[in-house]
Design a protein around this ligand. Structure first.
Ligand code: MLT
Length: 393
């Protein structure tokens, strides 16, 4: 038996599992501690009524012979793809239904898309970054070059003349830093990708948090992007689907290398390896785009945005440097007193019983930083902020 030895090059375990393990140990030692979790970016508000009603209807349909459905199209039902198409249209982006692939979330597709690229491709990944981009490339044994994201470039690295790479990962609004690329900056990446025959894997999972109308919510708002980018998006953060699972990936028809359309390769990959998202879930996801659905998810998003404002305001009052918190559910802060990321994690857990995510878990450049999420419950967020403000740094 020859195992995939690349797995030995991974960190011992996934970042959020490490955090969960540490918190579980602390809880065991301190059973009375009232722990507030602002670590993993998991939503706390329930699914909105419009979605729940549609899910219920779909469950009933599945229980009747005349409306029961078995295998669906691997790339998703057209009723949902059409809705996604309409959502893009509102952003000024014209898509064909065939360019939209429904998935069980952005994470799986971001990982699985690597199937269509040769191992022998150089990869550019920002540091700090959502660990899935790095881990999936390490598993495949690909060489990674890191793009330095730091305070100096507002955690928004840009292409430089000497840079080379075929697969480029961008996430905006960014996880973990909350920074958002503007149009001009994204244009630089699109031009770079076209010049270098590279593909941009654009993670737009947090686009629904963008309030500033000047900021792009899709890379396809940028001229030329359909020739060089694939976009991944999700209902998780937009509509509370973290436990329900649904997302979509856009692979433009005009994206091709050596005369081969990536859309065709992805379709081939999906039809072979994926049996689609459950009909019931897709019906629920389609309800997100109804008039009521949109209003209801907006209310939920506003709730989280207000949490982000509460956290940001407290950090400002404490004089702590941070990015994000606006146009993003993440707040990325400099650990006080030059503490290391895990040192601050332990300190905050012990002294305030508040859980965040250590910045170093997102890469070397994250050392000395810390991520808080705005996806918590309001009262808990207020209480966490009060406890943090009471600490003497
Ligand atoms: C995070 O906390 O970074 C996210 O919740 C992880 C994810 O979306 O998979």
């Amino acid at each position: 038996m020859n195992l995939n030895k690349n797995f030995f090059n991974l960190e011992e375990s996934y970042l959020f599992s490490n955090v969960a393990k540490k918190v579980a140990n602390f809880k065991e030692e301190n059973p009375n501690a009232d722990i507030i979790k602002l670590g993993i970016g998991d939503v706390t508000l329930p699914l909105c009524t419009a979605v729940v009603e549609e899910l219920q209807k779909a469950v009933l349909e599945m229980g009747k012979k005349e409306s029961f459905r078995g295998y669906g199209p691997e790339q998703g039902y057209d009723f949902l793809r059409e809705k996604v198409k309409g959502y893009y249209k509102e952003k000024g982006v014209d898509l064909e239904v065939e360019e939209i692939f429904i998935s069980d979330g952005a994470k799986s597709d971001i990982a699985n898309i690597l199937d269509i690229f040769d191992k022998d491709n150089s990869v550019l990944i920002p540091d700090p970054v959502y660990p899935v981009y790095v881990d999936t490339n390490v598993m495949a044994g690909r060489k990674i070059e890191y793009l330095c994201a730091n305070k100096e470039n507002n955690f928004l690295p840009l292409p430089t003349k000497d840079l080379r790479g075929s697969i480029i990962y961008l996430c905006s609004p960014n996880n973990p830093t909350g920074s958002v690329y503007d149009r001009e900056q994204l244009k630089q990446w699109v031009d770079f990708a076209i010049e270098n025959s590279a593909v941009i894997l654009f993670d737009a999972a947090y686009e629904s948090f963008i309030e500033d109308e000047e900021l792009p919510r899709s890379i396809f708002e940028i001229d030329g992007a359909k020739k060089c980018a694939i976009e991944f998006c999700s209902f998780s953060k937009m509509a509370g689907f973290t436990g329900t699972r649904c997302g979509y990936t856009v692979v433009p028809m005009s994206l091709e290398f050596g005369g081969v359309k990536l859309n065709r390769l992805w379709l081939r990959r999906q039809t072979t390896k994926f049996n689609g998202v459950p009909y019931i879930v897709q019906r629920g996801a389609a309800a997100v785009f109804s008039k009521e659905g949109m209003e209801q998810i907006k209310e939920n998003l506003n709730y989280y945005k207000e949490n982000a404002r509460i956290i940001s305001k407290a950090l400002e009052e404490l004089g702590i440097y941070y990015t994000g918190g606006k146009n993003s559910p993440y707040i990325w802060l400099k650990c006080p007193n030059d503490m290391g990321s895990w040192e601050f994690f332990d300190y905050l857990l012990k002294e305030a019983n508040v859980v965040g995510t250590p910045g170093s878990g997102f890469g070397k450049n994250g050392e000395g930083f810390f991520r808080l999420t705005a996806f918590g419950d309001r009262q808990n967020t207020i209480e966490a902020v009060r406890r943090i403000s009471d600490l003497s740094f």
